[in-house]
Design a protein around this ligand. Structure first.
Ligand code: ADP
Length: 445
């Protein structure tokens, strides 16, 4: 960036210097020419008024030989008099531009360069009252000659200017970049007015991202700590029971009981690990390409059938209501969603309780409702039960095989499906969780 700004500043400086130089040369050339023609005209008028142009006598002195060349031209273009040459040896001058112009409009001017001697000849022609034309001319160094003469001085000035610009652009760039450097070093105070206001939105985004990264890192750390803690409990049990068996400290009756405990705790570990893996899978980028048209009612039916035995074991009635309703989703995800909700509704229910699953279309949408007549969720916990490992009653969750991750998985699935979820619950009365999906074919193009 520094290099780029430097180069751009220098480019601007060089362009400015060169154009100024060219313009100065152009303007001085114009002024120079103007001055010469002005002089020539004065001479011509003077000569006419002094009567020296009558026949040319008196124009042959040293003054004219050294400074001014005078030519007297007849109306047919032939030379009557020439101060620097024999008039009769000269060709007709009627076609010279300045002469032609003077015959036509009263006066004429011309400049002719002689590259070989680096000089320019300036001509001014004036039509006299008697119809003849008097031409005065003078030689001067051509502008280019003047320019080449002055070249070393110009080059020196240019070098000094460019060197000065280089140093100036170095300091300018440094001062331009100072606030950005400060920001990069993190020494910026957001309220400080000398940072660029144009950078404020970038800084806000970066700060926001930084905060999000910190928050995510914190959450990940907390999750890792929770997972380790959750894994530790069943593993400690397994280790303890197997050690007792190993040391021969368990009677044959105990062995069966211990083995059952080991089995139960290993299952618990497996479920936990599966849930953790599933959560991390759902955490990765959205993959909607695997989505297909699915009948939510059919999925609910499968889950209800799968959980029927479980419900009976808990002395809970599980029933399905509704009708066929199509949505865009992924089968496994949808099964997990319905299964987790129904499983909770059974596990946190009372004896002789009821669980009603409803899947049906409603206008442009499809609604899944899982209602139970269970223990309910106190209001202060309702917001948090979708967090990982958050449980209202830890011992009930564990004794019924819960991992504390079921609703976290549900929340992820709902987000992946761009669906919305709501919860209504009253302690002692029951809970109703509603998920609303977009219905297939409802999207207007
Ligand atoms: P768990 O494996 O502990 O059931 P979840 O994430 O599925 O974990 O649920 C989190 C907590 O929310 C549960 O521990 C329980 O306290 C509460 N909960 C979930 N569903 C219900 C429900 N239908 N009725 C009452 N409480 C519920």
């Amino acid at each position: 960036m520094k290099k780029k700004i430097n180069i751009q500043l220098m480019t601007i400086a060089v362009i400015a210097i060169v154009t100024t130089l060219l313009m100065a040369v152009g303007i001085s050339r114009d002024l120079f020419w103007k001055q010469i023609f002005e002089d020539l005209r004065t001479y011509a008028c003077l000569l006419e008024n002094t009567g020296l142009l009558e026949d040319g006598t008196g124009l042959e002195g040293d003054f004219f030989r050294e400074n001014l060349r005078v030519t007297l031209i007849d109306s047919d273009g032939s030379i009557i008099f020439e101060s620097h040459a024999q008039a009769d040896t000269m060709e007709n001058h009627g076609s010279r531009p300045e002469v032609r112009e003077a015959f036509a409009s009263g006066e004429g001017e011309a400049v002719r360069d002689s590259a070989t001697i680096g000089k320019s000849a300036f001509y001014y022609a004036l039509r006299l009252k008697d119809g003849r034309v008097a031409r005065v001319s003078k030689e001067a160094d051509s502008v280019w000659h003047v320019f080449t003469d002055a070249f070393p001085a110009i080059l020196l000035t240019l070098s000094v200017q460019i060197a000065f610009c280089l140093i100036l652009s170095h300091f300018l760039t440094a001062s331009l970049l100072k606030p950005i450097r400060q920001l990069a070093r993190g020494t910026d105070d957001p309220g400080k007015p000398d940072t660029y206001e144009e950078l404020a939105p970038f800084m806000a985004t970066i700060r926001q991202q930084h905060e999000n990264i910190l928050k995510n890192a914190g959450m990940r750390q907390e999750f890792t700590a929770n997972v380790s803690h959750e894994l530790k409990t069943p593993l400690t049990s397994i280790s303890g029971y197997s050690e007792l068996i190993e040391n021969g400290m368990a009677s044959s009756e105990d062995v069966v009981r211990f083995a059952r405990e080991i089995h139960r705790n290993s299952n618990r570990l497996l479920t936990l690990i599966n849930d953790v893996i599933r959560l991390s899978e759902l955490d990765t980028a959205e993959q909607r390409e695997a989505f297909e048209t699915i009948d939510l009612y059919e999925i609910a039916e499968t889950c209800v059938n799968m959980l029927q035995i479980n419900a009976e074991k808990n002395e809970v009635t599980l029933e399905l209501r509704g009708s066929s309703c199509l949505i865009q989703s992924e089968k496994q995800m949808l099964e997990e969603l319905v299964y987790n909700l129904c499983d909770n509704a059974i596990r946190y229910n009372n004896k002789d309780g009821r669980v009603t699953v409803t899947a049906q279309p409603r206008g442009e949408e499809v609604v899944l409702m899982v209602e139970d007549t269970g223990i309910g969720i106190p209001e202060e916990h309702q917001e948090r039960i979708f967090e990982r490992f958050y449980r209202v009653d830890k011992s009930r969750s564990k004794s019924t095989g819960g991992t504390g991750l079921g609703l976290a998985i549900v929340k992820h699935i709902v987000a992946k499906n761009h669906a919305r979820m709501s919860l209504e619950s009253r302690v002692g009365e029951g809970t109703r969780i509603t998920v609303v999906f977009e219905r297939v074919g409802s999207r207007r193009v």
